[in-house]
Each structure stands twice: as C-alpha cells, then as structure tokens.
Design a binder for this molecule. Sequence first.
Ligand SMILES: [Fe+2]
Ligand SMILES: [Fe+2]
Length: 206
Amino acid sequence: MDITEIIAHQHAEQRRMFAMLEEWPRTDHEGLAALWRRLEILLETHAEAEEKYFYPELLKLGTGGADAESVDEEVEDAIKDHNEIRKAIRKVRRCRAGSAAWWTGITDANVYNSNHMGEEERQDLADFRQQATLELRHEIAVAFIRYESTKAATGIAPKDKDPEGYVTSRGRAPSSGLAKRAATRKAGPVRRAASKKASAEAASSD
Ligand SMILES: [Fe+2]
Ligand SMILES: [Fe+2]
C-alpha cells in the first residue's frame, strides 16, 4: 500500500459518487439521502484521516510541491479547504434531501471538494512522493485505512481545525512514531530548484 495511491483512489471514488448524485432520479429523495450519507462519511473520514496521518508527515518532509510557496503554505491551505468542505456538509445536513437548498449544499460541497482534490494531488501528493520513502508511505497507508475502517459504519462529526495552529503544532515538534522512524531513514529532503514554482504570470492569472 502507498498512502499517495490510497488518497488518489479515494478522490476518484468521491468524484464518482458526486457524479452518481447528479445522475440520480431527482424524485427519489430516500435514495438521494442514502447516497449522500455514504459520500458524507467518506468525505469526512478521509479528511480527518489525512489530518491525523498524512499531513503531519508531509509537514516534516515536504518542500512545497508544484505551485505551492512552501510546505507550510500547502498544508495550511489544505486545512482551510477541509473546513470549507465541512461547512458545506453541515449545510446539506440542515436541508431536506432533494430540496433546492439541499442541492445547493451538494453543489457547494462538490465545488469545494473538486478544487481541493486538484490542489492536493498537484501539490501535496506530488511533494510527498518526491520526499517520502515507500516504506513510510506504506506505514501511513495502513494507519489511514485502519482509522477510516473503524469509523466507516457510523461516520464522524465534522470538526474544524485552526489552519495556522495545525501547521504550528504538527510541523515543528515531531510527535508520532512514523515521523521519528522517517527521520532516521532519510538522509535529508531532496530540495528542488525554485524554478519548479509557477511563473509569476501563471500565479497572477487566477
Ligand atoms: Fe484528499
Ligand atoms: Fe484533503
């Protein structure tokens, strides 16, 4: 197992499930509610597992992938995105399945999640593949899947994190055994040249 593959695979599943909702008969409110419940559980347990097992290790080893300014910036941004997705999930929960307000919440969740997954794949997963050993990627995958499996039947309540506090508390003081083992295995991060960053024109185009 490889955590970067597990995350990418679950992103594909999330895209597939949003597409399924969009194609589902609009009058089958019970079916829509059941489909969303499965997706909601996947979204929240996936984000929480990333925050517990993936991002702390990326903070230790990452250098800032693709157009990210730094690893701190890419992780802070990811936590902000997770909070936006949680906000949309809470909004959907307050609405009757199949209502106009419910569909607005579903669309919001889809937009926030799609944007986040694209960035997470381009920056965070790419960065981690460059820096982490296959052994560490395997160890994190096992912990990640184990956590998700224990929560898959009931789901978890969306819980916001403070993005800056998350980076500060997890990025500076290695606390997990995974990080300590990784530190002893790695000779040091392979830093890439600044030229990997997006051009000023590209950065300012959005
Ligand atoms: Fe993800
Ligand atoms: Fe994420």
